[in-house]
Design a protein around this ligand. Sequence first.
Ligand code: GAF
Length: 394
Amino acid sequence: MGVRPARGEPGDRQVTVFEKVFGGAPEGVWAAPGRVNLIGEHTDYNDGFVMPFALPHTTVATVARRDDGLLRLHSADMPGGIVELRLDELTPGRDDGWASYPAGVVWALREAGYLLTGADIHYESTVPTGAGLSSSAALEVVTALALDDLHELGLERPAMALLCQRAENVYVGAPTGIMDQTASACCTAGHALFVDTRDGSQRQVPFDLAAEGMRLLVVDTRVKHAHSDGSYAERRAGCEAGAAALGVPALRDIPYDGLAAALDRLRAGGQDETILGLVRHIVTENHRVEQVIELLDAGRTRDIGAVLTAGHVSLRDDFRISCAELDLVVDTANSSGALGARMTGGGFGGSAIVLADTDAAEKITEAVVSAFAAAGHREPRVFTAVPSAGARRL
Ligand code: GAF
């Protein structure tokens, strides 16, 4: 199993660090990416449609198995040195900080009946944390993939994503959907990944903006809202309440042309405007995913810009998870010549995406940076997102 990356190849440096940290040789090096979501926000826990793509930014895990029931975790990006845990003491609700995510994956694998005997793992990541770009999913998926490979568990990628989601939902306690883990595990370079989260079916949709003279900018506002976890859970509970009031298993079951009637029923049943807004967002957002796919299939990539901006307005006004900084990115980008823009990910801060003609990208970036300075916000981090490969061995 032990194949060391060649000198100077990706993973080689991490092997050297592993040897220093753990005092022995690793068996391999794996990488899993963060993601941006092109369209389909908060639809995943409503059995709906999503369309993320993988970033070139990855979390890299350098791993060796152990046979003494110990899990030893080390991160180049986190203070505190090695976190040492006993496999038989892993229990949901245990708080080991960042280490809870990989520990949760090991717990979920063992819960699913896979025999693991321990591991030493060193992590390094280029996925920005707290930026809504799925650094947690990258950490989970790279752990699952490495252990799957080393133990020859034979997990299919969608099943791997589900185990990672279970780690996050049950072990860490964050009630997130399946999008981020699926993106990290299943995306391919040059494509966005359409997923129907009800039956898990997937389609790789070609998405090569550079070839069409466009770019997708990611603007990390560097805002991380303190109450994001509670607010996410609140939105999820509100969506479930809306579905229950309408007598359907999930909001996915309300078709776009049935939205007006559904809203009337909710009003007649005394539901408040908050629930109506959540329902309106989910139903229109699923429709927007379908519109984006149709446009991409028809070669009308420029036209998805307007759909992205409509998605932002819906997240801002109906789902109410935007913030001043995200709105400023979208408004400034659009008034500076962008084709469209929206917040991406869980919301309450994090990142926005901007679709732009290549020759307008610099001017738009400058306008956003100046607008942030004028408003007294921290300088945002802006980069071009190139649809990249999903999780892999290096
Ligand atoms: C977060 C969650 F982890 C995803 O499951 C998804 O719900 C997303 O927010 C919003 O679309 O990234």
